[in-house]
Design a protein around this ligand. Structure first.
Ligand code: COA
Length: 180
């Protein structure tokens, strides 16, 4: 499997690996906000300790170069996380993305900017053919992010994903991809 860059820069953002001391800033920025986690696979954190454990897992995945490779997104010139984007490199040459931003940074095109960079990186790798993501059918802003990054809507994955903030049952999702 190709190894994604451990850091990257776009016009306005820097993506960097999480560090052991990021927990409090990530909690304050986005991970503690139930409006942010509404359509995500995890519930908002109310304590920093489990978030620290998650960040340590992310760091271990980076060391192994497999699993879910996550970057924290910071505005250029700062080191404070405003969100995160991650990729899972799957067998068969697929790269699956997920992203999240703190509420006060919604609506500025930041998620699309980071996703565009990483989708372009993905499809420049000889053995990666499909950059894809899914989101809840009730999350149109996320569908737009995928479209702005060049992904094309392929359909609905029915009963695909549980959003614990909303309830225990799997929900329908929109799936989008860019392939070569
Ligand atoms: C989804 C999310 C990442 C979007 O990030 P963002 O940086 O605000 O997105 P952008 O500014 O790039 O684009 C949002 C687009 O959605 C559109 N949009 C926003 N709310 C919308 C709505 N209710 N209906 C339709 N379109 C909507 C915006 O108009 C914009 O499109 P435009 O640029 O063509 O005008 C952000 O809202 C977020 O972090 N949400 C919580 C976590 C989450 O749901 N992540 C996705 C999980 S799959």
């Amino acid at each position: 499997m190709p190894r994604p860059p451990s850091s990257f820069a776009t016009a306005r953002l820097v993506g960097r690996m999480p560090r052991a001391d990021d927990g409090p800033a990530v909690l304050a920025s986005y991970a503690g906000d139930p409006a942010v986690t509404r359509y995500l696979s995890w519930r908002a954190y109310d304590r920093v300790e489990p978030l620290n454990a998650f960040l340590r897992e992310c760091m271990a995945d980076w060391e192994k170069g497999s699993g879910h490779l996550a970057w924290l997104l910071c505005l250029k010139g700062t080191d404070t996380p405003i969100g995160s984007i991650g990729v899972t490199l799957e067998s068969g040459g697929r790269a699956m993305f997920g992203y999240v931003l703190a509420r006060k940074f919604w609506g500025h095109g930041f998620a699309a900017e980071a996703l565009t960079f990483l989708v372009d990186w993905t499809l420049a790798q000889p053995k990666l053919y499909r950059a894809w993501a899914f989101c809840d059918v009730e999350n149109p802003a996320s569908v737009r992010v995928m479209e702005k990054a060049g992904l094309v809507r392929e359909g609905i994955l029915r009963r695909w994903h549980v959003c614990p903030t909303l309830g225990p049952e799997p929900r329908d999702c929109v799936v989008c991809a860019k392939v070569k």
